[in-house]
Design a protein around this ligand. Structure first.
Ligand SMILES: *[C@@H]1O[C@H](CO)[C@@H](O)[C@H](O)[C@H]1NC(C)=O
Ligand SMILES: *[C@@H]1O[C@H](CO)[C@@H](O)[C@H](O)[C@H]1NC(C)=O
Ligand SMILES: *[C@@H]1O[C@H](CO)[C@@H](O)[C@H](O)[C@H]1NC(C)=O
Ligand SMILES: *[C@@H]1O[C@H](CO)[C@@H](O)[C@H](O)[C@H]1NC(C)=O
Length: 172
């Protein structure tokens, strides 16, 4: 048997298998990476809208937005649609620096995550690296907890694209 004649091969295979199965430093941590696509308000078929504003000159404090953004496998608008990011954002800084978001990630066509959701929350400041919490989930993602980051990739008048990286565990 080749395996017996090449014990280093067995060892290497074992190490690779261990690394791929997630045993090690980042035990049980799942990483999901995909893109959101937001059609800004004003554009046809906008996926975000401002539903309330205090309309105070020089202040966005209190503005409430609702959105139903697309989640796609790639930064390209024609790549596979995997789900939606549905939520609200409220501008919650008196100094206009940021917003508090509550977003449900609803996966519809995303392998074994189809039909499952992740609930997220957090305050973020633009620009910069946005980091928010994953506070729960449903379906195969029940008991999820972790964090996700968002990085703006590109912005045109009809498509704002961001890379989303999620890290979480569903183990109790
Ligand atoms: C990872 O998952 C395994 C199997 O469910 C479990 O036995 C182990 O305790 C988990 N490790 C951590 C660090 O949660
Ligand atoms: C807006 O949505 C309608 C209905 O789905 C579609 O026919 C139209 O092409 C869309 N327009 C744009 C600019 O995407
Ligand atoms: C806020 O002001 C804009 C114009 O500056 C107006 O179109 C809008 O209706 C106002 N909204 C509210 C809630 O008063
Ligand atoms: C879902 O599938 C991926 C591989 O595509 C696997 O790593 C992961 O463990 C699976 N998760 C569940 C909850 O079945």
């Amino acid at each position: 048997m080749a395996a017996v004649r090449c014990p280093w091969l067995v060892l290497t295979t074992l190490l690779v298998l261990l690394a791929c199965s997630g045993v090690g430093a980042a035990e049980n941590l799942t990483n999901l990476r995909f893109y959101f696509h937001e059609v800004p308000s004003g554009a046809p078929n906008a996926t975000i809208a401002t539903v309330a504003s205090l309309n105070k000159t020089g202040s966005t404090f209190g503005d409430l937005k609702v959105f139903d953004n697309e989640l796609r496998e790639g930064a390209d608008r024609s790549s596979q649609l995997i789900g939606r990011a549905r939520g609200i954002g409220v501008l919650a800084s008196l100094d206009n620096s940021g917003a508090l978001s509550i977003i449900e990630f609803v996966f519809s066509d995303y392998g074994n995550y189809s039909g499952s959701t992740l609930a997220t929350a957090g305050h973020f400041v633009m620009p910069g690296t946005l980091e928010r919490s994953i506070v729960g989930g449903t379906g195969v993602l029940r008991f999820a907890r972790g964090y996700f980051t968002t990085e703006l990739i590109s912005a045109t008048s009809d498509d704002i694209v961001g890379l989303i990286d999620m890290y979480f565990t569903t183990k109790l």
